[in-house]
Design a protein around this ligand. Structure first.
Ligand code: ACO
Length: 395
């Protein structure tokens, strides 16, 4: 008989459910590794396309292969027009994350290999998803503003092309590079909530699009990727606040969450936040927007001291705290911050989905299926009364 282990109310923290070769976090030391490489090295020396290749294939592309991989992504940017037609039917007020999630099954319908469950076909589907989520995000932003989606520019990098399709202007090199680095930093993060949602869904043998749609839904929540838009909301609210320290303290006193702080795994500062903090400083200085960096640092200092004073020194800034001012200074609309997270994380989700689909039996369960303790009633209908196991044990 299967043994029942109760790990209630911990949200699966510390429960190992599978093996993975994709990424690793040391939460005590603040280290994040993709396929053996520290993210700082990848952010300094690599590109998002190279990192997507690394996550999907397990190794950095040999010379010449990155261009071939990039060509495949560029070719896959062509989204059938009926996808845009479907987006045009939505209310213009729809949240971009909801639209992105809704677009995924529509993209599935356009995939000729949808039902091909070989590894190679799944990699090709992953490439299409990586290529198309930015296109759909940019197209929705234009459609909701009464504009037509723009064709992609095959001469532009992944990040630069997204900004071009979003705004109709070719970005400067610094902005395109900074966004590319942001995409690298967000590309994977072991068994976070959205990745686990993807793995859970595909463990039922659902296709990659169904799993990615689940990931987008999980990412949208304010305790996960949705925190970055809330961080910017807080900074905008504090822009003209004379007593920022008092505001932060009162909020913590009231038992409310400071968005962009705390993490289920890191017990120190999130290494991605450290990287993005430096980017925020540079961007603020180069664009004359130092006020956002100054304000973020003041909130960071006040909140960190308050958490320390309350014996919760492990609550530190996470990736969403500094990505918010970074995207804002790049001129990106606030409600697109989380879709940009998804545009990057889709590389990690697809890598995990493929790992889940093709892992050896000893590396993961056939199907994730936890259980819950039933604490509801037992009612009799037509004289048929169910006798719970505890009652039977007591007789
Ligand atoms: N602000 C205020 N208090 C906090 C915060 C926060 N940001 N984070 C945790 N705490 C407090 C809780 O109130 C709780 O206090 P209590 O023990 O007195 O009740 C204690 O710390 C533990 O909280 P949990 O939610 O159980 O801790 P966990 O580590 O599991 O939480 C989480 C992680 C959900 C991310 C949390 O830190 C949070 O809500 N942060 C704000 C939202 C956020 O930034 N999310 C993005 C995370 S990164 C990502 O997903 C990309």
């Amino acid at each position: 008989m299967q043994q029942t282990v109760s790990v209630k109310n911990i949200g699966l923290r510390g429960v190992t459910v599978a093996d993975t070769k994709i990424s690793f976090i040391d939460g005590e030391k603040g280290v994040l590794i993709y396929r053996g490489y520290r993210i700082e090295d990848l952010a300094d020396r690599s590109s998002f396309i190279e990192v997507a290749y690394l996550l999907l294939n397990g190794y950095l592309p040999p010379k010449g292969e990155v261009e071939a991989f990039e060509r495949k992504v560029v070719e896959a940017r062509d989204v059938p027009t009926y996808v845009f037609d479907a987006l045009r039917t939505l209310p213009k007020t729809s949240d971009p994350m909801d639209v992105l999630q809704a677009a995924v099954p529509i993209l599935a319908a356009a995939d000729p290999e949808l039902r091909d469950e070989t590894r190679d076909a799944n990699v090709r589907k992953a490439i299409r998803l990586i290529a198309r989520l930015p296109v759909v995000t940019a197209a929705w932003h234009r459609i909701r503003n009464g504009l037509d989606p723009l064709p992609s520019d095959s001469g532009l990098s992944h990040a630069a092309n997204f900004l071009w399709q979003l705004t109709g202007e070719k970005p400067d090199d610094e902005t395109a590079h900074d966004l590319d680095v942001c995409l690298i930093l967000h590309a994977d993060h072991t068994f976070n909530a959205s990745t686990f949602a993807c793995r859970e869904v595909c463990s039922t043998r659902a296709h990659i699009y169904a799993a990615v749609a689940a990931g987008i839904g999980a990412l949208s929540g304010s305790l996960h990727g949705g925190a970055n838009t809330r961080v910017m909301g807080m900074l905008l609210q504090l822009e003209n606040e004379p007593d920022v320290e008092g505001w932060v303290k009162n909020r913590i006193d009231a038992g409310e969450r400071i968005m962009g702080f705390g993490h289920a795994v890191y017990k120190t500062i999130d290494p991605r936040a450290t990287y993005l903090k430096k980017m925020a400083r540079r961007l603020g200085a180069s664009r004359g927007l130092e006020k956002w960096e100054r304000l973020s640092k003041l909130v960071e200092k006040t909140a960190s001291e308050e958490f320390e004073r309350r014996g919760k020194s492990e609550i530190k800034p996470n990736v969403d705290f500094f990505s918010a001012p970074v995207y804002h200074m790049m001129g990106i609309p606030r409600d697109l911050f989380t879709p940009i997270f998804a545009i990057s994380r889709v590389a990690g989700w697809c890598s995990h989905i493929i790992e889940e689909k093709f892992a050896e039996a000893q590396e993961k369960p056939m199907l994730y299926r936890p259980q819950a303790e039933y604490v509801g009633n037992y009612c009799g209908l037509l004289g048929c009364v169910y006798e719970p196991p505890e009652a039977r044990a007591g007789t």
